[in-house]
Design a protein around this ligand. Structure first.
Ligand SMILES: Nc1ncnc2c1ncn2[C@@H]1O[C@H](COP(=O)(O)OP(=O)(O)OP(=O)(O)O)[C@@H](O)[C@H]1O
Length: 469
């Protein structure tokens, strides 16, 4: 590559000297016709020199990428990852059918060998992405004389290419030029939101929103520290801010009451629980409320709250549904409570839609036996942060992919129907959240506080006190 560099510099110097000579000679000539002709020559040399150096730069860039186009790299990666198949002694490769350029990058469409599935490719998405970003050699050509070219190539170096896969009879490999932001603040959302819409996150170009009047229930999963609770906090604050008079919450915080405690005294929170026993009581309250709403709807001869123009919506938000899983409970009494909770929750999700009930459940242990089947079936929207295993991703998204997400807090896959979007969830600061809480905070009377079921924190305090005596 050093020789390319030297040759480039020498050629540049020669051309400069030659150009200067033409100007000098041209200046000495009196004949205006000849002067014009020489200027033409000068222009041709300028264009030729730009083309020459442009080609050197492009060549050097191609060498830097190992001299391969992305299409060639993809073929190599498929072969090296065992994604080609052997059939009757011959190798069946992934056949590139079409290549489409878009504003966001390039899409490659393949016919895949029989026996391969989308999942086979999704399992290798890390290798595909790293392979496309693999740089074999360093760019050594001197680009000082070509600031635009330098800027273009430097930009390419900073932006890591990202890949998304989908299958519709052919395999679509989308190679994006831009990356998803690694942090994104809630205050940066510029759209005016209407109805029961909640921001989910920012992808490469667009913001994704979820409308709870279109898809009613949501399942959230992800390994510890991924950003689930922060997302739920943002969602609750956002709904409080957008619908202070119409939103109501049943908050079930089985992570010891540390997450939702901040919202406990907000006027929109009608039920609060941080123990399975209390969870049962509050779910029974919700069922009672549903009966009343059903009566109202019957009177109004309306199909659902939307048709009846009833403005209120009641969100049941549960952080760590795994704590309500009855199968692993050893205490007989608690198991019965948890079984009842699972049963009520499944029915609420199944029947509550028309009565304005929306259920959002989160878990850091996405296994088949943690999320009640009915609840999962009725939660058509899924949000999955990074998980440790493919099977965990399957539980939340019914597809792998969340196990391949980069280790960036707030990075998640949102799935609605069959569409999956990788995005960065909005980060709401403590200050922003506190402002919402302060506006909706109500001082509870002593009687109201006494009526509330004791929380785990109260027990801890009690145990601590009794032990210390
Ligand atoms: N969208 C985000 N953008 C940037 N940082 C985030 C985001 N979400 C969460 N974080 C950071 O990650 C930390 C952990 O997030 P969070 O508590 O929400 O994770 P979690 O998935 O609920 O974990 P666990 O299940 O262990 O409670 C937060 O304290 C915050 O610092």
């Amino acid at each position: 590559m050093a020789s390319v560099n030297n040759t480039g510099c020498k050629a540049s110097r020669l051309l400069k000297v030659f150009s200067l000579r033409i100007i000098k000679d041209g200046g000495a000539q009196e004949d205006p016709f000849e002067l014009g002709e020489r200027r033409w020559w000068l222009m041709i040399f300028e264009v030729a020199s730009s083309l020459l150096f442009g080609s050197i730069a492009v060549y050097a860039h191609a060498q830097k990428d190992g001299g391969m186009s992305d299409a060639q790299k993809l073929q190599k990666i498929f072969a090296n990852c065992g994604l080609n198949k052997k059939e009757d002694g011959r190798v069946v490769t992934n056949r590139l059918l079409r290549k489409r350029r878009h504003s966001w990058g390039t899409e490659y469409i393949y016919r895949i060998p029989l026996g391969n599935s989308l999942e086979d490719y999704e399992k290798k998405i890390g290798a595909i992405q790293d392979g496309l970003n693999n740089k074999r050699r360093q760019l050594e050509v001197n680009l000082k004389a070509f600031p635009h070219m330098k800027q273009m190539l430097t930009k390419k170096k900073i932006h890591q290419k990202q890949v998304e896969l989908s299958y519709d009879g052919t395999l679509h490999v989308k190679v994006y030029n831009h990356s998803i932001p690694s942090s994104f603040n809630y205050s940066e959302i510029s759209e005016n939101l209407h109805g029961w819409t909640v921001p989910i996150g920012m992808d490469r170009e667009n913001m994704t929103f979820h409308n709870f009047d279109k898809i009613y229930h949501m399942l959230v999963g992800g390994a510890t520290g991924g950003g689930k609770s922060s997302f739920l906090d943002m969602m609750i604050s956002h709904l409080m801010q957008q619908h202070p008079e119409d939103v109501r919450f049943t908050l079930i915080d089985l992570k010891g009451g540390i997450e939702f405690d901040r919202f406990r005294d907000c006027r929109q929170v009608v039920n609060y629980a941080d123990e399975p026993e209390d969870a049962l009581t509050v779910l029974q309250n919700v069922v009672e409320e549903m009966k009343k709403t059903l009566g109202r709807l019957k009177e109004m001869k309306a199909r659902d709250v939307i048709a009846a123009n009833i403005k209120e919506r009641h969100f049941i938000v549960i952080d760590e549904i795994g704590e309500l899983a009855s199968h692993k409970e050893v205490s007989k009494e608690l198991r019965a409570i948890k079984e009842e909770c699972e049963y009520l929750l499944s029915n609420i999700a199944r029947l509550g839609r028309s009565q304005g009930i929306r259920v959002v459940t989160a878990t850091q242990h996405p296994t088949v036996d943690v999320v009640p089947v009915q609840l999962k079936r009725n939660s058509d929207a899924r949000l999955c942060f990074r998980v440790d295993t493919t099977s965990a991703s399957m539980v939340i998204l019914d597809a792998p992919g969340a196990d391949q997400l980069p280790e960036i807090t707030g990075r998640a896959i949102y799935k609605r129907g069959s569409v999956r979007t990788v995005l960065q969830t909005p980060w709401m600061t403590e200050k922003e959240m506190d402002e919402v809480i302060l506006q909706n905070y109500i001082e509870k009377t002593e009687e109201a506080a006494a009526d509330e079921p004791p929380s785990r924190n109260d027990f801890a305090l009690f145990e601590e006190t009794s032990l210390s005596h």
